[in-house]
Design a binder for this molecule. Structure first.
Ligand SMILES: NC(=O)c1ccc[n+]([C@@H]2O[C@H](COP(=O)([O-])OP(=O)(O)OC[C@H]3O[C@@H](n4cnc5c(N)ncnc54)[C@H](O)[C@@H]3O)[C@@H](O)[C@H]2O)c1
Length: 438
């Protein structure tokens, strides 16, 4: 394919050289004449493993050259990859100035060129940036419609500086955010032959994936370092701890606990986080991430209360009460906390949980209910229908099949989904349905 690459920094330079190495015909564009001259001299404008040799090779063969002339590049290509910088503004917001400018330039050149061209944004940008900011700029400058007169896609890159050439040829995944099928086909074709799964998703999803990745990577490093500092203060070798931690592929290094849902609770997680943070504080070890896990969880629970408040309705149903499915354990159940808060705010509440009836509760559980939710007995309903008949708004905190099959599709009470119901994707578009975090 004939490709132009806008921005010859770390991402653009590596993408341009590697795509040329795969056999595409590539023309790099940068506003910086020094970078353009370097590439045309067969030298890399960035320091990266293998990039020097690769650029020398692909410029010698004629597969890669560079220019400062946007119209020339657009005239010689059928697809543009936009790799300009998106730095932070002083207040932390995303600077889109370079993106906007290059999009205007590409649009103006496309208006002259005619013929189908696909603009692919590789820069990291917040969800909504492409469709709400960049597509309107393109449509205005081209004088046409995206997805009809020209293609648009978002293709975030996941290469690590230092090993980016190696990563390009062995990527963890390829993400194609496609405005329309034809635009996605162009991006998929660019990388044909490379290993790794290809995910074709809506444009804003592709934009968000990059943030999920980077936020998680930062969180992982911060978590490991905080845990290391606590272990050190407690005289434990953190690497020995993490060797065992990492060997657990069921609960730790796995997809467990990584899907948005309701707040956590139970008899272990809150208690153990509290004592770990307390031990760190006693040892004068600052652990901002660990000490904000419980406050984050409390805020998440509060979101559910606010969703009920926003409906303006007073008669509330709650499905689920124990801290997780298949148990009657109510200690530190976030659903108990939720019920208690709603009850305290004067909502007319009915609760159903097939595993929980006061007569069956024993020992610690019974005591827990008696101290934390003394009015539970009068709120408990024996059947799903009783709750549905009562409620104007219904919180679903369980995937109990009896509850799922009884939930009305539309009409009836407003459904506040705390568990991501199996048909949530379809329901999201319906009035009378609210997801907690989706
Ligand atoms: N560096 C990384 O490892 C990495 C990884 C993944 C994603 N990203 C994202 O990719 C994007 C680019 O990052 P980078 O590190 O390569 O940035 P960079 O600052 O190294 O390079 C950006 C280049 O764009 C050029 N440029 C600016 N405006 C231009 C225009 N109108 N026309 C042509 N060229 C123009 C600049 O001169 C510069 O050479 C950012 O959004 C970044 O967040 C970076």
């Amino acid at each position: 394919m004939r490709i132009s690459v806008f921005g010859l920094g770390y991402v653009g330079c590596v993408s341009a050289a590697c795509l040329a190495g795969m056999g595409h015909e590539v023309i790099g564009v940068d506003v910086n004449q020094v970078k353009v001259d370097l590439v045309n001299d067969g030298r890399a404008p960035v320091v990266e493993e293998r990039i020097g040799e690769l650029i020398a090779e692909v410029t010698r063969s004629g597969a890669l050259r560079a220019t400062t002339d946007v119209a020339e590049a657009i005239g010689l290509s059928e697809v543009s990859l936009v790799c300009v910088g998106t730095p932070s503004e002083p207040n932390g917001s995303l600077c889109t100035t370079y993106l906007e400018r290059v999009t205007e330039q590409i649009g103006a050149a496309l208006a002259e060129r005619g013929g189908r061209h696909t603009v692919v944004f590789r820069s990291t940008m917040l969800p909504g940036t492409c469709l709400n900011l960049l597509v309107p700029i393109l449509e205005k400058s081209v004088g046409g419609t995206a997805g009809v007169d020209f293609g648009v896609a978002v293709n975030p890159e996941f290469l690590r500086e230092g090993t980016s050439v190696r990563d390009f040829f062995d990527p963890p995944k390829t993400v194609v955010g496609e405005l329309d099928r034809a635009s996605g086909d162009v991006v998929t074709e660019l990388y044909r032959g490379l290993p790794g799964e290809v995910f074709r998703v809506p444009v804003p999803t592709a934009e968000a994936i990059k943030y999920a990745d980077n936020a998680f990577h930062g969180l992982k490093i911060g978590f490991a370092n905080e845990l290391g500092a606590v272990c050190q203060a407690l005289g434990v070798d953190s690497h020995q701890v993490m060797d065992v931690f990492l060997a657990d592929r069921k609960l730790n290094i796995s997809s467990a606990y990584l899907r948005p849902g309701f707040a956590f609770g139970g008899s272990c997680l809150p208690k153990d986080l509290r004592s770990l943070v307390h031990a760190a504080q006693r040892a004068d070890v600052s652990v901002p991430i660990l000490s904000h896990v419980l406050p984050s969880n409390a805020d998440h629970l509060q979101r559910a209360v606010e969703l009920v408040e926003r409906t303006g309705k007073r008669r509330v149903g709650l499905f689920g009460l124990s801290f997780k499915p298949g148990t009657d354990d109510l200690r530190e159940s976030p659903l108990v906390e939720l019920a208690e808060r709603l009850f305290g705010k004067g909502y007319d509440l009915r609760i159903h949980d097939a595993n929980v009836s006061l007569s069956r509760l024993l020992g610690a559980n019974r005591e827990y209910v008696e101290t934390r939710l003394p009015h539970l007995a009068q709120l408990l309903a024996d059947s799903v229908e009783e709750v549905l008949d009562h409620a104007e708004v219904c919180l679903v905190g369980t995937k109990d099949p009896a509850v799922l099959s009884a939930l009305p599709q539309a009409g009836g009470p407003v459904i506040v989904d705390l568990v991501r119901l199996p048909d949530a994707e379809a329901r999201r578009a319906e009035p009378g349905y609210v997801g907690l975090a989706w």
